[in-house]
Design a protein around this ligand. Structure first.
Ligand SMILES: Cc1ncc(COP(=O)(O)O)c(C=O)c1O
Length: 365
């Protein structure tokens, strides 16, 4: 057992871990979400019993009954965060307490039992510790951690499951967008919306992403990297991208980002950007921005920069916007100054290269 106060994780080391040479070859070019470490965490839940059997074990397929509730009604939630190698060789996670809190909120929305925050944090400590050799040491690399939980009860009735399985898997990753940081193009989908008021937009549940795949395919068909969603009611205001929040930088140096009204994911990177920008004396407004404001503002120069942000890609400039009606470029279509500055500040804090005024860096080793 390690970490925590009273959570006894049973450790069952993988009897056949990947060898040093093979692991080094995999780490040389990990891509994103394709390779995985030797272990996983599992914790079970049953109504009346609570969370039990916390365990670290060899990563392996999960036996699943075809009537498991998740396969039918998609009662599932997940998180995504990264661990980094620090300059002194140690390892840290970025704001894992915020992911723990969001995981609990997602659970609440999906009628699932919340995993205690300490258990969530310790599960991450455990997998980092046992799979430490999988942490990339390169400048751009990190260990992506994927905690998730799903309804495991074998029952076809439509009601909250009485049993759940929580797991953590880990994947060494390079940059999210191949080719490094360069502006992305976004497609404003005319046909699909991501979330409506009262829906699950603010929860990190698998169903939100399943529902977004056709829109993302449409973006690719239209020559764009990512889909951008408009609000579900007026089809007028920018909500977010398929997997990232959006910011606009105005000509007075202030920032604008869509508000958290329940239809967008409350991004931890979004929150970090707001705090960093405000600390630098920039005004940050959380208010609706219409596609029309984005279009006319880009043409007039009122909107100088736009960027997307999220754990996977950190901060990525948006160079071009394409819709069914037209296409426009933000400034010269390159990476704006404020975007680059915020990205550098955030990455330097995450990787322990700069002061951490907000206490975001959570050292593990
Ligand atoms: C739909 C969506 N929006 C925004 C984000 C950004 O959230 P975070 O900064 O917490 O990674 C994500 C996840 O990365 C996402 O899936």
């Amino acid at each position: 057992m390690s970490g925590g106060d009273n959570l006894e994780f049973e450790i069952r080391p993988n009897p056949a871990p990947v060898g040093d040479a093979e692991r080094a070859a995999l780490l040389a070019n990990p891509g994103f979400g394709r390779i995985f470490t030797d272990h996983m965490v599992t914790i079970r839940y049953a109504d009346g019993k609570g969370w039990y059997e916390p365990r670290v074990e060899a990563r392996a397929p999960i036996p699943m009954d075809p009537a498991s509730a998740v396969l039918h009604y998609a009662q599932e939630i997940f998180e995504g965060l990264k661990a980094y190698t620090l300059p002194d060789g140690g390892v840290a996670m970025f704001r894992p307490d915020a992911n723990a809190a969001r995981f609990a909120q997602s659970a609440q929305r999906m009628a699932m039992p919340p995993l205690p925050v300490e258990m969530f944090l310790q599960s991450l400590h455990e997998i980092i510790e046992i799979d430490r050799s999988w942490l990339p040491t390169s400048d751009e690399g990190s260990l992506y951690l994927r905690p998730f939980a799903y309804a495991s009860e074998v029952f076809l009735g439509v009601r909250p499951s009485m049993e759940y399985l929580y797991l953590v898997i880990a994947s060494p990753v390079g940059p999210y967008f191949s080719g490094g940081v360069k502006p992305v193009s976004v497609w404003v989908t005319p046909d699909y919306t991501r979330a409506a008021p009262g829906g699950t937009g603010a929860a990190k549940c698998g169903g939100n992403y399943a529902a977004g795949l056709s829109a993302q395919a449409e973006a690719i068909e239209n020559g764009c990297d990512q889909v951008v969603y408009l609000d579900a009611i007026e089809r007028k205001y920018i909500d977010e991208l398929g997997g990232m929040n959006v910011f606009f930088v105005l000509d007075d140096g202030s920032l604008v980002t869509p508000p958290l009204t329940g239809t967008i994911l409350p991004g931890i990177t979004r929150d970090s950007v707001i705090k960093l920008a405000e600390r630098a004396g920039r005004k940050v407004e959380e208010r609706p921005v219409s596609l029309d404001e984005w279009r006319t503002g880009s043409a007039s120069g009122r909107i100088r920069e736009a960027f997307a942000c999220g754990t996977a890609a950190v901060i990525t400039p948006i160079g071009k916007v394409r819709s069914a009606a037209d296409e426009f470029v933000i400034a010269d279509g390159g990476t704006g100054e404020v975007t680059a500055e915020l990205r550098k500040q955030l990455v330097d804090i995450q990787r322990g290269r700069a002061d951490d005024p907000f206490g975001w860096v959570h050292r593990v080793l």
